[in-house]
Ligand binder design. Structure first.
Ligand SMILES: [Fe+2]
Ligand SMILES: [Fe+2]
Length: 279
């Protein structure tokens, strides 16, 4: 008779989800099975990627707290079980309060999706944080703003997944920009501003390696402006993706209200204008 007993102290590893009060504990995995425990804070969005093959599935068992399947608005409470079989669409779980969820998945590929995504997120965010503390924190704030705004606007499933990933990584290309320019206390020269502009296209390879074309398109357009004065292409009006417009608004808003070495953040009611919002 085969059995496998996993004691709590033998849990293999814990992924802390940075700055969110959330973590994923990997309890067990082998070639066909993975069991994980998700400890999620309130108002957290969890994307459920499609299961790769017909004969694999994932189950989400709610142990405490409550959450909602965003696409159908069905609410899940302790004891409820959500079984996710093969399908083409990303689905979204949104926590309504702090939540503990046991996730059980057959087939290693299902676990691998979670692990790869988490590893990628940790590594890329770590790179940003190490390079420029402001950009790391700014990325997380813009992610929260975009996520909440997009949800209110009715974004769901894959589209919600794309825009929130773009929000997280919109300034990834700043890894390649000189620190002295990023944090220069004075106004930028024209040449320095040109080099900052490059961060939009410099993130292409980093993003395309892990995500899809749509995520990069949103990122590529986050500094375009309706009047054509944005960059890198000077697009106007409807040529700019709606997702890029949402990201641009949240990005600019965060840049305006945050203190930087070269300017003091504006209050929410301030009407003062600045020539230098490096978002
Ligand atoms: Fe940017
Ligand atoms: Fe930004």
């Amino acid at each position: 008779m085969f059995y496998k007993l996993i004691k709590a102290r033998e849990s293999e590893s814990v992924y802390e989800i940075k700055g969110k009060g959330s973590s994923i504990v990997k309890k067990y995995h082998d070639d066909v099975l993975q069991v994980s425990m998700y400890n999620l804070s309130e108002n957290r969005v969890l994307y459920i990627d499609p299961v790769e093959s017909d004969d694999s599935y994932k189950t989400y068992y709610i142990l405490s707290g409550s959450c909602m399947i965003f696409e159908t608005e069905e609410r899940l409470y302790p004891g409820d079980l959500f079984i996710y079989k093969h399908r083409s669409e990303v689905q979204t779980l949104k926590t309504l309060e702090p939540c503990t969820i046991m996730v059980h998945a057959t087939k290693y590929d299902a676990y691998k999706t979670i692990q790869d995504t988490q590893d990628t997120i940790n590594r890329l965010l770590g790179d940003i944080q190490a390079k420029d503390h402001y950009t790391g924190e700014h990325s997380m704030r813009v992610y929260e703003l975009v996520k909440n705004l997009a949800i209110r606007m009715g974004y769901k499933a894959k589209e919600l997944n794309n825009i929130t990933k773009a929000a997280y990584y919109h300034d990834l290309g700043k890894i390649f920009i000189d620190d002295e320019i990023l944090n220069k206390p004075d106004l930028l020269t024209a040449d320095e501003f040109e080099s900052i502009k490059l961060h939009v296209t410099l993130s292409r390879e980093l993003v395309m390696e892990h995500f899809n074309e749509k995520v990069f398109e949103i990122i590529e357009q986050h500094h375009e402006r309706l009047n054509g004065r944005g960059y890198p292409k000077g697009l106007t009006g409807d040529d700019i993706l709606m997702e890029a417009k949402i990201l641009a608004v949240c990005d600019s808003f965060d840049a305006m209200i945050t203190d930087r070495v070269y300017k003091k953040g504006k209050g929410l009611r301030s009407r003062a204008r600045s020539k230098d919002y490096r978002c």
